[in-house]
Design a protein around this ligand. Structure first.
Ligand code: UGA
Length: 434
């Protein structure tokens, strides 16, 4: 089958490559000239495990083509996935103008005999599909949200937990279309969920808010642990063993970040304003997340405020491991609070080096390193902000040797408190005995 994917960001690129890998001929479209140029040359535009290999392979096999011109590929197929961005406006509202602009362009082709099937994979507020269907009656819209995590987008895309198909007309035909699209993915029939469009839109928001709520809840437990001496790590294991709860998404830390949870919570809360419903849980998920990072940062500052050099090292700037994405990263909040309080910060991140350089461009309080041990030189504390595996397996004696004072603030609980103590570190974790 021929498929168009509009939007070559982290979701679009992963989606396009997963379809290409499964035997489709994919046209991936983006209006960003430099991005398309790089992709045409076989170079990745963001870091994601195995992305470079899959891109090179699929370009070589001629299963994927990149273009800036949607018009030039519209005649090839009627199946179009939209994966363009829906950022928040200042009010929190999701900005769906990028979706509308693409749809508008497609609508100008509607006099062709083909009925375009526009699959909305971008995260868009509930009722977006209905709104577009009304505005563009000659186009058919299906909402099929994505559930790709940055850092494991390709494995999530190639082995999806579920395929949501949100449609308000032709459900049988739409199910058949999706079964054809996913034919080579060899999914069990139970993985297809046919529903109306607003339920599909709600499923996406509900999934992200549910996961964010788990993170906020475990983080709130961690703060109680810090007061009463309980160990959040033990609690996580005890909780996770309950099949009804499960062990995923129970890691206490600096709170959630990224371009999805914070954005979607804002958009959903904004959407709810017209419903006259007070979404107390969703609001407190957001507030708890902000509190978590604030409290951790306060802890660092109050421990080190009387230090002479006020020089610290931060490992892991991206919002989670295996990505170079700094958007919404808790580390950025820590860095700016430290700078406001007169600290200088040495930063090391395995993949976000270039984005960090671009972001902090010659700030005199920030030094960006390409070697994690060099970044520790003469510092009075190490802050772990992201749980990259190379931090978990680091040489702790080298860490201690490089530092001026052996203070470790472990925002992701990657080290064992007892072990750290026996090695002579002053160790502070999240919700763990110190
Ligand atoms: C999230 C969802 O997991 C995807 O299913 C969804 O498709 C995507 O948003 C999206 O809407 O596009 P992502 O933001 O890439 O994916 O990353 P997650 O793995 O969900 O992590 C989100 C944040 O929660 C990270 O900052 C992570 O550090 C934090 N987290 C996660 C915790 O603090 N503790 C945990 O136990 C798990």
């Amino acid at each position: 089958m021929k498929i168009i994917v509009v939007g070559a960001g982290n979701v679009g690129l992963a989606t396009a490559l997963c379809f290409a890998k499964n035997g489709h001929l994919v046209y991936c479209v983006d209006n960003d000239h430099s991005k398309i140029k790089k992709l045409q040359q076989g170079q990745i535009t963001l870091y994601e495990p195995k992305l470079q290999e899959l891109l090179s392979e699929q370009i070589q096999n001629k299963n994927i083509f990149f273009t800036e011109s949607l018009d030039s590929v519209l005649k090839q197929t009627s199946v179009i996935f939209l994966t363009v961005g829906t950022p928040n406006l200042n009010t929190g509202q999701a900005d769906i103008r990028a979706i509308e602009s693409v749809v508008d362009q497609i609508s100008r082709y509607s006099d062709l005999p083909t009925l375009f099937q526009i699959i909305i994979r971008s995260t868009a507020p509930p009722e977006t599909n209905k709104y577009l269907s009304k505005k563009y009656p000659s186009l058919h819209f299906i909402t099929s949200p994505e559930f790709l995590r940055e850092g494991s987008a390709l494995s999530d895309g190639l082995n999806p937990d579920r395929i949501i198909i949100g449609t308000d007309s032709n459900p049988e035909a739409d199910l058949a279309l999706f079964k054809e699209i996913y034919k080579n993915f060899k999914l069990n029939p139970e993985k297809y969920f046919l529903m109306n469009s607003v339920s599909a839109e709600m499923t996406k928001y509900a999934a992200n808010i549910f996961l964010a709520a788990r993170v906020s809840l475990i983080n709130e437990f961690s703060r109680v642990c810090e007061k009463n001496g309980a160990d959040i790590h033990m609690i996580k294991n005890g909780l996770g063993a309950d099949k009804r709860i499960g062990s995923e998404f129970l890691n206490a830390g600096l709170g959630y970040g990224g371009s999805c949870f914070p954005k979607d919570i804002e958009a959903y809360l904004h959407y709810s304003l017209n419903l006259n419903e007070d979404l107390k849980i969703t609001k407190s998920v957001k507030e708890t997340n902000a509190l978590q990072i604030y409290k951790f940062t306060e802890k660092i500052i109050s421990c080190l405020k009387n230090n002479f050099y006020k020089k610290v090292c931060l490992w892991g700037a991206s919002f989670k491991p295996e990505t170079d994405d700094l958007r919404g990263s808790p580390s950025l909040k820590i860095i700016s609070a430290l700078i406001e309080n007169g600290f200088t910060v040495n930063i090391f991140d395995p993949e976000a080096h270039n984005s960090l350089k671009a972001l902090f461009n010659n700030r005199k309080e920030i030094f960006i390193y390409t070697d994690k041990y060099e970044a520790l030189a003469q510092t009075e504390a190490l802050i772990i902000a992201t749980e990259w595996s190379e931090f978990i397996s680091c040489d702790l004696s080298q860490v201690k040797h490089a530092m001026l004072q052996p203070n470790v603030f472990d925002g992701r609980n990657i080290f064992d408190p007892e072990n750290m103590k026996s090695l002579g570190f002053n160790y502070v974790g999240v919700g763990r005995p110190t």
